[in-house]
Write a new protein. Structure first.
Length: 291
């Protein structure tokens, strides 16, 4: 049986769609269908069933997916061991802010050490990153969270990552010596998507104190948020690393506001059974020792 069929099977299971799996793999949809049919014939069982506009695994498919993850992981391990030192691929899942402001220097440092190494950086929502690490699609995941809850993964707290309240330099709140929660009553907020954990923390804090969260804009990434804060009258909450450069240049003003409920930690997640290559192990150490 061609190992490619198992790669295709895993992608369909993850995407819950033959069409999206074909797009991701660069195959014609008919090729994906044929590969799955050959797997079903080889195992004499149905692996997927139709569910609305997509597909979902049957009980047989769920069992095969567990074995497929192990099989592909073992294949990757064999390739790594047989390649010259420094080859292979590592896959890292993370958030937009970490991908843009935290990981680039670490990736460059690792690539200087392993010139033949390929690095796949995947950004997504925290819940989807957790799922992809569990399924073996990603070697490690890096997210900002205080209390990761999934016991199926191994979690390491790397460091505390401060959050900062930001505004344009001309904003009325930028001239205050101290800001209390009550001072945020009439504030217009420019925030990330509603699933973002630090937005959830902020909205929970404001609600607990009876302060409305007047949402002016909802944007998908920190760069867009910063530009809109600089151009408009809104304020926002971001990881400090995402706003440091603009704060140093005077383009954004850090507001003098601190609250113990607005804290996050950088969390590194791996699957307990994940084989750690030399390059991946060195990358994890770079993350752990990051300033």
């Amino acid at each position: 049986m061609d190992l490619t069929y198992f790669h295709t099977f895993r992608e369909v299971a993850h995407r819950k769609s033959f069409t999206r799996a074909a797009e991701e793999l660069g195959y014609a949809q008919s090729s994906v269908t044929t590969q799955i049919q050959k797997l079903e014939k080889a195992y004499d069982t149905q692996l997927f069933e139709r569910f609305g506009k997509g597909v979902r695994l049957t009980s047989s498919g769920e069992e095969l997916l567990k074995l497929t993850v192990q099989m592909l992981d073992l294949f990757d391990e064999s390739k790594e061991k047989l390649r010259t030192e420094g080859g292979g691929t590592i896959s890292v899942g993370t958030m937009d802010s970490l991908a843009a402001y935290f990981l680039p220097p670490l990736i460059q440092q690792l690539r200087k050490q392993y010139e033949g190494l390929s690095i796949r950086l995947w950004t997504d929502r925290e819940d989807l990153l957790v799922q992809r690490v569990k399924e073996g699609d990603l070697d490690i995941g890096l997210i900002l969270d205080n209390e990761p809850e999934d016991p199926a993964l191994h979690w390491q707290t790397v460091r505390e990552e401060p959050l900062v309240l930001i505004a344009g330099p001309g904003h009325p709140l930028a001239n205050r010596e101290m800001i209390r929660l009550q001072d945020l009553y009439d504030a217009e907020w420019i925030l990330p998507e509603e699933t973002c954990n630090y937005r959830v923390m902020l909205e929970k804090l404001l609600k607990q104190h009876g302060i409305p969260c007047r949402l002016g804009l909802e944007l998908g990434n920190p760069e867009a948020i910063k530009r809109c804060v600089m151009a408009g009258s809104g304020i926002s909450l971001l990881p400090r690393m995402a706003a440091d450069d603009e704060i140093r240049r005077g383009l954004l003003a850090p507001l003098p506001f601190n609250h113990p409920d607005l804290r996050l930690s950088l969390q590194l997640m791996t699957h307990p059974k994940k084989w750690i290559s030399r390059a991946l192990g060195d990358f994890i150490e770079l993350v752990r020792k990051s300033p």
